[in-house]
Design a protein around this ligand. Structure first.
Ligand SMILES: O=CCCCC(=O)O
Length: 491
């Protein structure tokens, strides 16, 4: 696949980009290594200043940036604007919280003095997809840069303009040259970049296939990797649920990003007592969605990002029907210009249909009826994936069972699964490993260096070594914005 912007709403080729040559890639790797050597020493307060500037620039340029998202991958314009606003939020979150996350942790041992010092690792390769072409990059870059790492982005081939815009935003925010670079390269060039000794780790958000290939290589090279791969999230609705809210959320949860999100709900598992009513309202909800030009603010569902994805979704639906599934609504691509597929609900999907165990990256829901919570949990867990789960019940005993028994990285009760800068995000099973966001995500690419100082030190304590302040959140005035770690700086 060439590196190009093709408008998925009408198939127009907007712009083509040549892949970087081997020499150009080498220059960027050298620049990244050089940038890391000095950037890791830039005071945290200065990095935070740049990160806040980055947040405000995103907000100032939201209209243009959102239009770029919609042009390149077809997300409805209001959702694209929300994506940019969320990127600003993650920048502010890490600007605010990095000091706390990176503060040395004193550990009480029998030694004189022991603590954990968090250190950056170096240039990190980020292989990122197209479905949230800003957000998925920002949720990597904000913690990485605040920690003193530097980033090399290999974006999906169909969102080059979004990726170049991010590089420009980072630079304009004041981050030094080379701290974040976009590599417009072809897929086969990724191997050499990861092999390069200057690249110390890799994060992948994307398909299982990409995760396997890059994860295997990273494992062989003994380089740290974080994998955020596919999902087929369940959406369980039990009899005590608020049905109206569950249905409206179900429609939204299945069609977020035109149905192309790893954490979109894909399998709807509904208790027999309310199944018929849920089915009726769910069909109505999907039929009421406005499918069309994603640049229009009134559009709910735009085109799929590429012709290949459209063809893949169509083939999955056809194979499901051939295996015995029934189409309750939709089921067809919309003929004419653009990669449009009707919002679709399938029922009676048998385990023999490939789609039962696959991820569907389009606005197609699978609906199942279950007799009780045991059956609901068993069906929800009958998947190779383990990313998120949304479950709707007001019964405390059912809630506890769902929290304890769902095999996934995230459980939302009475709400749809969504990422949040403050909370860890990631999966288990074939959805990947490692976490993004929050303190957990930032620490994935840090060296937890153990420091033990066993001697008594000089007779007079060195002023910069003491006092060791242990941060006690409970003691801290929530309005106090002073840096509690000042004593640690420049140790
Ligand atoms: O494909 C994955 C989408 C993740 C969206 C999010 O982080 O909210």
């Amino acid at each position: 696949m060439a590196i190009e912007t093709i408008n998925p709403a009408d198939g127009t080729l907007v712009k083509t980009f040549p892949a970087l040559t081997t020499e150009a890639v080498q220059q960027r790797l050298a620049l990244a290594a050089e940038a890391f050597a000095s950037f890791r020493r830039v005071p945290l307060a200065h990095r935070a200043l740049c990160m806040r500037k980055l947040a405000s620039t995103l907000e100032e340029e939201v209209e243009d940036l959102a239009a770029l998202i919609t042009l390149e991958m077809g997300k409805p314009i209001l959702a694209a604007k929300a994506e940019i606003v969320k990127c600003a939020a993650v920048c502010r979150y890490y600007a605010e919280h990095a000091a706390l996350i990176l503060a040395p942790e004193v550990v009480q041992t029998e030694r004189n003095h022991s603590y954990i010092k968090w250190e950056p690792l170096g240039p990190i390769l980020a292989v990122m997809p197209w479905n949230f072409p800003f957000w998925q990059v920002f949720r990597f870059l904000a913690p990485a840069l605040m920690a003193g790492n530097v980033g090399l982005l290999k974006p999906a081939q169909n969102v080059p303009q979004c990726s170049l815009a991010i590089e420009s935003l980072v630079r304009r925010a004041g981050f030094p040259r080379g701290t974040f670079q976009t590599l417009l390269i072809e897929v086969p060039q990724v191997e050499a970049v990861l092999n390069d000794r200057r690249v110390v780790a890799v994060t992948v958000t994307g398909s299982e296939q990409a995760g396997r290939a890059i994860g295997a290589q990273a494992g062989w090279l003994i380089k740290k990797s974080v994998m955020e791969l596919g999902g087929s999230d369940p959406f369980i609705v039990m009899a005590s649920a608020d049905l109206e809210l569950a249905v409206t959320t179900a429609v939204k949860a299945r069609t977020v990003a035109n149905g192309q999100s790893c954490i979109a709900a894909k399998r709807f598992i509904v208790a027999a007592e309310i199944y018929d009513e849920f089915e009726r309202r769910f069909v109505d909800g999907m039929e009421m969605l406005r499918v069309g030009d994603p640049m229009r603010e009134s559009t709910d569902v735009g085109p799929l990002a590429t012709v290949k994805i459209l063809e893949g979704v169509e083939a999955q639906v056809k194979a499901a029907v051939a295996a015995g599934a029934r189409v309750l609504t939709g089921g067809e691509r919309l003929h004419g210009k653009g990669n449009y597929f009707e919002p679709t609900i399938l029922t009676n999907v048998p385990r023999t249909a490939p789609v039962f165990y696959e991820e569907i990256f389009g606005p197609v829901a699978m609906l199942f009826r279950v007799q009780n919570i045991d059956e609901a949990i068993a069906l929800a867990n009958d998947t190779p994936f383990g990313l998120g789960a949304s479950a709707w019940t007001r019964d405390p005993a059912e809630q506890q069972r769902l929290i304890a028994e769902m095999e996934c990285g995230t459980v939302f009760l009475n709400a749809m699964v969504a990422s949040d800068p403050q909370l860890p995000f990631g999966g288990i099973k074939r959805s990947g490993h490692g976490r993004e966001l929050s303190a957990a995500g930032m620490r994935e690419f840090l060296n937890a260096k153990t420091v033990v100082i066993a001697d008594q030190g000089p007779a007079e304590p060195e002023p910069d070594r003491k006092p060791i302040v242990i941060y006690e959140p409970a003691d801290r005035d929530p309005d106090d914005r002073t840096d509690p770690y000042a004593a640690y700086r420049n140790r």
